[in-house]
Design a protein around this ligand. Sequence first.
Ligand SMILES: Cc1cc2nc3c(=O)[nH]c(=O)nc-3n(C[C@H](O)[C@H](O)[C@H](O)COP(=O)(O)O)c2cc1C
Length: 375
Amino acid sequence: MPTLQTTVNGLKLPNPFVIGSGPPGTNANVIGKALDEGWGAVICKTVSLDASKVINVQPRYARLRSRESGEIYGWENIELISDRSFETWIEEFKQVKDKYPEGILIASIMEEYNHDAWHEIVERCQDAGCDAFELNMSCPHGLPERKMGAAMGENPDILSEVCGWVMEVAKIPVWAKMTPNVTHIEDPTRASLKAGCDGIAAINTIRSVLGVDLETLRPEPSVEGYTTPGGYSCQAVMPIALRMCMEIAKVIKTEFPGRTLSGIGGIETGTDAAQFILLGCDTVQVCTGVMKFGYPMIKEMNEQLLAFMEKHKFERLEDFKGHSLQYFTTHADLVKRQAEARAAKKAEHAKKMIKSDEEWQGDDFVKQTDALARG
Ligand SMILES: Cc1cc2nc3c(=O)[nH]c(=O)nc-3n(C[C@H](O)[C@H](O)[C@H](O)COP(=O)(O)O)c2cc1C
């Protein structure tokens, strides 16, 4: 019987499914619900020291649906980080860890470009009992106006400096969460890992405009008739997330062995998760999926991933982590491989062709006849 249990950066998880930072980890109550339902770990909604600067608007989500089935497959949000006070969060981190000492609680944190502020937020969260950090260097809307989030993640030099500040005081594992809104995801990956981060999480949302209402002519989500570009998530982003995870996993494998990767983006099923693990992920995160289907979806995801493992006779996640990375190559190499395969097939075919009646063989008689019929 295969097992989903895994140890990542020393953290023991019952399964690789992690609640991604966002509404599904927005207070102690819902974090408890996620742990009760059996999620492998929970990352809280991103916290900062001064929540008074965080002012959300409504509506702040807009959704794209399939024309045929009506199913939601794309989701834009212009939601900011948590608007709850840091003091409240510290109390709730303690409450969660008191109630669930074995549950893995990861603090998603974000601060301004200020050495002391990063030291303070790291020290206070770890003192409250959090098991690990995820650094939100990636939120694409609202926060970059304050030089936070993606404004840091898009700049490898700043990223490296800020990750370095965190690593000066962090006593628990640290993942840096990447923005996909860059041309080469390898650059911020290297910057974070060189600064000492234990792992990478990818991806945050993709900068987007969901659409324009053809009655009102206003873009969505419309707040008093206006909008601002937001972050795109849900099923539609999975191919982009898979590509970026593949690129990050290659950097980890070749330059930073032992560091970890948490895959995020459109994951809704155990088979989605299997694909991220095949491309090198240690864990997978789900955010929008939980907003669509609720916390109990973890049970089906576990079953689907176990069924995939049973089918391929994998006992542990490590048995197939990164297996499919070997099948990526350059386009020029694809051309070469195809030419070689075609030449080999032609040679094989030529071998079967009868050039003289002397060559008919009793054992290969039917194959030789077949070759002549097609040839
Ligand atoms: C409504 C909403 C709020 C989010 N808030 C945060 C946040 O506070 N911090 C963060 O790091 N990511 C945040 N995210 C990004 C998600 O954690 C995740 O990276 C992204 O949505 C892609 O994964 P998904 O398709 O499973 O949602 C948010 C996403 C959504 C949809």
